[in-house]
Design a protein. Structure first.
Ligand code: OGA
Ligand code: MN
Length: 283
């Protein structure tokens, strides 16, 4: 197995391993690299759904994003192959994912990991980008670190979608039926590595003790500072690529493309630890 760091503070490309037949020994090396690099890119795997699910289950229990399915399509095509209606909640949330975020922070327990595999990708655009929130926290000046250390923000999909001009139907899909909007610290201590990380993203709003305007401008400033080189990289997908990332310490976003072109990805999401990834407000 070859693990080649990407030219950024996060990310590595892993070759010389078959994710469809991953051994326990290989998994130990992958897991170690994952904690170091936070995002691992596996080109040309053409991973089977069962193997992608099994890879997620090596990390932890899976979230069920769509009723009983362990893997879900992140796709602008419906099951019958027709284009998803651009007015639908589904399409609008795909568009929303072009904003920096970390998965499931609007749910009672935010996600541990996500694994995305590319099935069909557009020729131009449609990359995914990741940003290193460990390095971002470290790069903040000390007074900012101290100022935000005790701050917490609410995380809501209604909030983030409203910001991109979309009012989803309540209960329409995953994340749109929770009653209790979780409150999460801006500085998260990674439960495995112990590293402090900046825990923000598009769902975050309403920092306690600040006005809405102050909160929004602080979150915008932090995001703009955090999500720039050397803390970011983009992956230009080829069909068959697999990427796994650690939602506890990186932000990610999709990049735009020609929406008339199919873009079909398969997503497996690993649930967070119900203690370390729970909100801090009583519910
Ligand atoms: C996701 C996500 C980005 C992309 O799967 O959680 O945000 O590029 N995907 O599809
Ligand atoms: Mn996402």
């Amino acid at each position: 197995m070859n693990i080649n760091p990407i030219n950024a503070t996060l990310g590595a490309t892993v070759t010389g391993v078959d994710l469809n037949a991953l051994t326990d020994d290989q998994w130990r090396s992958v897991e170690e690299a994952w904690y170091q690099y936070a995002v691992l890119v596996f080109p040309g795997q053409h991973i089977e759904e069962t193997a992608q699910v099994a890879l997620g289950e090596r990390i932890g229990n899976l979230e069920r994003l769509v009723s009983d399915h362990k893997a879900v399509p992140i796709s602008n095509r419906r099951a019958d192959g027709k284009a998803v209606d651009e007015d639908s909640d589904h399409f609008q949330i795909l568009k929303g994912n072009e904003g920096w975020h970390t998965d499931s922070t609007y749910m009672p327990v935010s996600a541990r990991a996500s694994i995305l595999s590319a099935q069909v990708v557009p020729a131009e655009g449609g990359e995914t980008e990741w940003a290193d929130m460990r390095a971002a926290f470290d790069a903040l000046d000390q007074s900012t670190q101290e100022r935000i250390r005790d701050m917490a923000a609410y995380h809501s999909l209604f909030y983030s979608q409203a910001k991109v001009g979309h009012k989803p139907q309540k209960g329409a899909s995953y994340g749109l039926d929770d009653q209790n909007i979780p409150l999460r610290p801006l500085v998260k201590i990674h439960p495995v590595t112990g590293c402090p990380t900046l825990f923000i993203g598009r769902h975050a709003h309403g920092i306690s003790g600040l006005s809405d305007a102050e909160s929004e401008s602080l979150l915008e400033e932090l995001t703009a500072f955090a999500c720039q080189p050397p803390r970011v990289f983009a992956h230009k997908w080829q069909s068959g690529d697999v990427v796994m990332w650690d939602n506890r310490c990186v932000l990610h976003r999709a990049r735009p493309y020609d929406y008339s072109q199919p873009r079909i990805m398969r997503h497996v999401r690993v649930a967070g630890d119900p203690i370390s990834e729970a909100g801090i407000n009583p519910s």
